[in-house]
Design a protein around this ligand. Structure first.
Ligand code: AGP
Length: 611
């Protein structure tokens, strides 16, 4: 999604803004732009392509950012195209017809067509195909010398999702931020303040933040920031401190963030579960007020977060003995889910800003359900609106393809399964104790699992030319295959399909032929023999096979597969945390061998904050 950064302070701001923008590159973008106040006017440069192209253009313009006012102000943006193709013209910032108002936008303005028609009737000309330019022209048209009033009046005419950052040539000491449905965060510096769509823009600059809430306005003036609702009423906001260190936003010697984050999974899991295990028991104070009469669980999320739900569904049913439904947020929000005050809806989200997941949360609350958010970004929108919040402590995840956050989400969900099981009185103290002991050793097993890295690299080399790839498994192994297939597709840009092993023979097996690669996951011991048969079925049709097998079942693995990766024997509830790792490495090395941009795969965004 688009990246927004804004600065107001005593320094000339273009280098700060460009550096902050680079910290948002991982979100995915196709063009970038910057606007700064300079000597009673706004200087603006915007370019299709990478931030480096924009930086060169700014550095070539020696008068771009030389203002000598006591306070300097500027805004910058990375665009992920929604309306209008990637181009210089469609890039942000936009400047209004008067030349006095410049804005950045993240989100989608749903009534931009009718607004554009009414503005055209007032002879406003448009250069781009974007909804954002319409918002800019609206503010500019309403501006009659009162900057704040023009913005306030305009945002009450906009419909849809929008985070805006606006500066005005008549107000060199002011900047305005507006938030509706897409994230916007204020950062507090020393005699300077910032605004951004993601706190990773400020890592190393400050640890003090304030997240704008729904339909709120931040007015920056000199070195102060005040907050208002869309009616102009002043509101009080809390400042939060996030102790993310700058180390977490650097590659630390790895070739890319994605590999670094795969290798950080043991610490991400350890940091996430440790605060919740005390005196050999589970401690989740965040859930202390959860009612006792929860009789159904919905787990709702997108992408890999959805796969976490699909994985732990088996444990909720098997251990907590509670009806558990897993749904895609983009589907859930438009269905008529049967939920009520006895339903717990768990929203899993790394960013805490995914539009579909946020909408599913709101829909759940409207229908009376209790809502729990499992998120990795402190104070994110989903965290702010859920009844209960449990944070994962994976640290900033920069690679677009999630890895360490997924492992941390899994570990939190294991804890929630055990917590709910105890609350429902369906787990013995002895069983609970054993699960907790095993959970505490999980980071060490994950660390051991990371040792398969080089072997998987060799396997990836052997199969790098295959273009017909299936991931097959049964039960919890099928859910792992779905995550493995997604990782493979999003990183390598090659097609694969996860398939329930028992379902292949009902049609899809017609696609299996010489050269087909089948990656089989067989960690569930009850289903081991059955998946073994499915491997034989595909081998009989010419497929090559790479299998992920529990070490205590390898001796029974009597079918000749080309490669086997073994995983340590841990309680079945925790197996996905281990079996997902060789699949992460396979996706990573397949992308590397095809020379993909691993941290920033094409077309993808780290947080999808639009529908
Ligand atoms: C995972 O590798 C993808 N980047 C994507 O599927 C992601 O999991 C999904 O967009 C949900 O994001 P969230 O966890 O921030 O809500």
């Amino acid at each position: 999604m688009c990246g927004i950064v804004g600065y107001i302070g005593k320094k000339n701001c273009s280098s700060f803004l460009l550096d902050a923008l680079e910290k948002l590159e991982y979100r995915g973008y196709d063009s970038a732009g910057i606007a700064v106040y300079n000597d009673h006017k706004i200087n603006l440069i915007k370019k299709k392509g990478r931030i480096s192209v924009l930086r060169n253009a700014v550095e070539e313009d020696e008068n771009f950012d030389t203002d000598d006012s006591p306070f300097k102000v500027g805004i910058a943006h990375t665009r992920w195209a929604t309306h209008g193709k990637p181009s210089d013209v469609n890039a942000h910032p936009f400047i209004g017809p008067s030349g006095k108002i410049a804005i950045l936008h993240n989100g989608i303005i749903e009534n931009y067509i009718e607004l554009k028609k009414s503005l055209k009737r007032r002879n406003v000309k448009f250069a781009s195909q974007t909804d954002s330019e319409v918002a800019c022209a609206l503010i500019d048209t309403l501006y009659d010398g009162d900057f704040f009033k023009a913005v306030k009046d305009a945002v009450n005419l906009l419909e849809g999702a929008f985070s805006l950052c606006i500066i005005c040539a008549d107000y060199p000491n002011m900047m305005i931020g507006v938030k509706k449905d897409t994230p916007l965060i204020v950062g507090y510096g020393e005699n300077e303040n910032y605004i951004a769509s993601d706190i990773s823009a400020f890592i190393g600059k400050t640890k003090k933040f304030c997240r704008l809430g729904e339909c709120e306005i931040a007015l920056f003036k000199d070195d102060s920031v005040n907050f208002y609702d869309f009616n102009g009423k002043k509101i009080k906001k809390d400042v939060i401190t996030v102790d993310w260190n700058i180390k977490s936003s650097s590659k630390d010697g790895f070739d890319c963030f994605t590999m670094k984050e795969i290798m950080e999974q043991p610490s991400a899991v350890r940091d996430t579960i440790t605060p919740h295990i005390k005196n050999s028991g589970i401690d989740i104070p965040e859930l202390n007020s959860l009612p006792d009469d929860i009789n159904k669980i919905y787990i709702v999320a997108c992408g890999s977060a959805y796969h976490v739900g699909a994985l732990v569904k088996y444990s909720f049913e098997k251990i907590a003995k509670i009806t558990t439904i897993v749904d895609l947020a983009s589907e859930f929000r438009y269905r008529s889910p049967v939920i009520d005050e006895h339903t717990l809806v768990i929203i899993i989200s790394q960013s805490g800003e995914t539009a579909d997941s946020l909408a599913a949360l709101r829909e759940s609350k409207n229908r009376g359900a209790k809502t729990l958010a499992v998120v990795n970004v402190v104070g994110s929108s989903i965290a702010a609106e859920a009844d209960y919040v449990i944070y994962t402590w994976a640290g900033p995840e920069i690679g677009v393809a999630t890895t360490k956050a997924l492992s941390a989400q899994l570990s939190i969900m294991y804890l929630v399964v055990l917590y709910i099981s105890k609350k429902r009185g369906v787990i013995s103290d002895l069983a609970m104790k054993k699960y907790i002991q095993n959970l505490l050793t999980l980071p060490d097993y994950i660390l051991q699992m990371l040792e398969c890295k080089d072997k998987v690299f060799e396997i990836s080399k052997r199969y790098m030319d295959r273009d017909n790839i299936f991931f097959i498994g049964r039960g919890i192994d099928y859910a792992v295959c779905r995550e493995g297939s997604l990782k493979f597709k999003e990183l390598s840009y090659l097609h694969s399909e996860a398939y329930a092993a028992g379902e292949l023979k009902h049609g899809t097996i017609s696609l299996v032929e010489d050269g087909t690669l089948v990656i089989a996951v067989l960690t569930d011991k009850k289903l081991f023999e059955k998946t073994l048969s499915n491997i034989c079925e595909v081998q009989a049709r010419g497929a090559s096979c790479f299998a992920v097998v529990r070490e205590d079942k390898v001796s029974e693995f009597d079918v000749g597969v080309d490669d086997i990766i073994t995983i340590p024997k841990v309680p079945s509830i925790f197996l996905p945390s281990l079996s997902v790792i060789p699949l992460q490495f396979f996706a990573y090395y397949s992308a590397l061998l095809h020379e993909r941009d691993i941290d920033k795969p094409r077309n993808l965004a780290k947080s999808v904050t639009v529908e």
